[in-house]
Design a protein around this ligand. Structure first.
Ligand code: WT7
Length: 659
């Protein structure tokens, strides 16, 4: 976050008071009730969470203890002794409680006519069949299964099928490259990979299976690769390894019942890779009982999900948002979750609003980057559609700037709907700081208050709460059920990354301030992580991709403010001695990074630089690079530790030549 953004937030004084439209059956109806819930949770956190876990989920065996945790030792266990199954909770139990014929998943494919609706009974049958397929291929409890798939119903089926048999899924966003996929498969040693022939995107077919073939060249753990026919493109199938989903699922010998595995509360549920400031992406591990309790709990309170709602989260299931708020939260509650395969702007910029009207969507959850990009297309696109079914709007991924907030509120919310700006992370499993739609007075750009039971605070370097309007580290001082339980295969990295800096607290890596009314304003990452369109990109990953190119000697990457994406990637590249700067090389490097990591990591700007600003000990001073990238040419602060202050003027000259 640049300083200017922080300032503009400071100026934001508007307050929007509920009730936007009173709702007597809302899960949390007033600020008074919110405060009561907070006091109850603070006085007896274990009682509070035990009550939620019992109320929201069905347990095969009740838990013996609620919480056993030592944050300092990075040892956290929720609901020990309890046994449950996620697929059972998300599907089976609803069949006997009047929801057998209710829509569980409404799927809108990218082509308008491609719509599939799965009732809970149909979902049950699909998931059982695929779970039986996995079992027949030798997948057992605890085995890892990687999923590299488009936004098609089979992705949700595969996730739920894994949970049914106790396999641990690791979804890899289909926008990632072969190399990224390979790293993620290798790290968790997946036994099976599920994918599709190709992805449909903005009217084009983007091959997927060929990335898989490239990735699997060096993934000895993968025994079978299951392929969904989505786009109908011709692809090579490797005999003995590659199998078609539809052929496997049609096997008459399959056991159509496929009983649920009884899982321990702390058995791993899934691994999801996320970027950190250094090194390889971290495999964030979530476990069964706590994660599901938290996903269901937050879906119910934050979105006020009711039984007859159509709920739509526009995220891709390849990110945590899709895990918790397309699949697990809504389905655990027996809700109707809409899943969309396409993009917001194709075939026209009103695709989202068209879908809202088509299915009478009540709850709509998206990212600020989407709001900004649709805002640019003009309000006329919103006015073509009846958006009156909407009741709650949500935002996630980065701070929503007040301009985008007002547009969202006025043109999508008709000037009357609440916006829940939800702060959380892959690691937190679910929403941590957010307004409650029928309780909280809103301030545009603030995520407002921690949810009941969440002890979030802004602290100084010593871990003491800072005064109002002082910036500091955003931490959580008490465990919560949805928190990550580990970094796959690396307990030490887990402890160091999250629990070392502040004794007994979880460190989020974000900066924030609390205003005079107690509202939390998240300022963004404090580490070298860039937030592009609401997704974390590690600078180290992009740098190592650049340096892997033979023409590159050295690279430094920083975030630069971007009107639509929030931040975009600005790369400084020092070429190898015998290489010449050229536009061709610049284009080649951008393609290279796309290929190494994926389109989301493509540098917006590449500046060739003869030298980078380094301290005498050789550390790159990113602070300076960030300033230059955002167009500042003075006030670089203390530069006395630079080994060669002359590089700064060269870098500024280089930037001026670029623009
Ligand atoms: C980082 C987490 C959580 C799902 C999406 C991204 C930023 C997220 C907000 C918000 C301000 C936000 C933070 C956080 N972030 N939501 N409402 N206001 N910042 O998950 O990739 O793990 O990224 O996204 O910087 O640390 P993620």
């Amino acid at each position: 976050m640049s300083q200017t953004n922080i300032e503009s937030m400071l100026d934001e004084k508007r307050v929007f008071e509920p009730p936007f439209a009173r709702r007597d059956n809302a899960h949390v109806r007033s600020m008074e009730q919110y405060r009561e819930l907070c006091s109850r949770a603070d006085e007896d956190p274990e009682g509070f969470w035990a009550e939620r876990a019992v109320k929201l989920l069905d347990w095969f065996r009740p838990f013996d203890s609620v919480l056993d945790a030592d944050m300092q030792q990075a040892d956290i266990r929720w609901f020990s002794g309890g046994r449950l199954n996620v697929a059972y909770n998300c599907i089976d139990r609803h069949l006997t409680r009047g929801r057998r014929n209710k829509a569980a998943i409404i799927w809108q494919g990218e082509p308008e006519e491609d719509v599939r609706v799965y009732t809970y009974q149909m979902l049950h049958d699909e998931v059982c069949r695929f779970a039986a397929v996995l079992r027949s291929l030798g997948v057992k409890k605890g085995d890892r299964v990687s999923l590299y798939m488009p936004m098609i119903p089979e992705l949700a089926f595969a996730m739920l099928a894994c949970t049914r048999i106790g396999a641990v899924h690791s979804v890899v966003f289909a926008g990632f490259s072969a190399v990224s996929l390979q790293n993620r498969i290798q790290d968790c040693e997946a036994k099976v990979l599920v994918t599709a022939d190709a992805v449909l995107r903005a009217g084009r077919r983007i091959p997927l299976k060929n990335n898989v073939d490239e990735a699997l060249r060096q993934c000895p753990s993968v025994e079978k690769c299951i392929v969904v026919r989505r786009a109908g493109v011709d692809i090579p199938m490797e005999a003995g390894r590659d199998l078609w989903w539809d052929e496997l699922a049609a096997d008459p010998e399959l056991d159509a019942v496929c009983p649920c595995e009884e899982m321990e509360s702390e058995d791993p549920l899934f691994i999801l890779y996320t970027s950190g400031s250094t090194g390889r992406p971290k495999g964030v591990v979530h476990t069964t009982g706590g994660y599901l309790t938290y996903a269901a709990h937050t879906t119910q309170w934050v979105f006020d999900l009711q039984d007859d709602d159509v709920y739509w989260c526009t995220a891709d299931a390849g990110w945590i948002t899709g895990h918790s708020y397309i699949v697990y939260g809504p389905l655990a509650l027996g809700g109707t979750s809409l899943m969309f395969e396409g993009v917001p702007t194709w075939p026209s910029p009103d695709r989202f609003w068209h879908i809202v009207q088509k299915f009478r969507v009540n709850i709509f959850y998206t990212a600020p980057t989407v709001v900004r990009s649709l805002m640019r297309e003009g309000v006329e696109w919103t006015q073509k559609h009846d958006l009156s079914s909407l009741r709650v709007l949500g935002s996630v991924g980065e701070p929503i700037n007040p301009e985008a907030w007002m547009w969202y509120h006025n043109y999508i919310g008709g000037g009357k709907l609440p916006i829940v700006d939800t702060w959380w992370q892959t690691e937190t499993g679910g929403i941590m700081i957010s307004a409650l739609p029928y309780a909280t007075p809103l301030k545009p750009g603030s995520a407002t208050f921690p949810l009941p039971g969440i002890d979030a605070a802004v602290v100084d370097a010593e871990g003491n709460a800072v005064e109002a309007n002082q910036g500091g580290y955003l931490v959580v001082r008490r465990p919560w059920p949805g928190m990550l339980r580990g970094v796959y295969g690396d307990p030490e990295r887990f402890r160091q990354t999250y629990f070392e800096r502040f004794a007994g607290m979880y460190e989020s890596g974000d900066g924030a301030r609390v205003d005079e009314d107690g509202y939390i304003w998240v300022m963004g990452r404090l580490d070298d992580v860039i937030n592009v369109s609401g997704h974390r990109m590690g600078t180290a990953e992009v740098e190592s991709a650049l340096v892997a190119h033979p023409a590159v000697a050295e690279a430094a990457v920083v975030g630069m403010p971007h009107a639509v994406k929030g931040e975009s990637i600005y790369a400084y590249v020092t070429l190898a001695a015998d290489e010449d700067e050229s536009e061709e090389l610049r284009a080649e490097l951008r393609t290279w990074v796309r290929k190494e990591i994926g389109p989301i990591a493509t540098p917006e700007v590449i500046q060739f630089a003869d030298g980078l600003p380094k301290t005498r000990s050789g550390k790159i001073m990113r602070r300076i690079l960030r300033k230059i990238a955002s167009g500042e040419t003075s006030e670089f602060g203390d530069t006395s530790t630079l080994s060669d202050p002359g590089v700064i003027t060269d870098l500024i000259d280089g930037r001026l030549e670029l623009t």
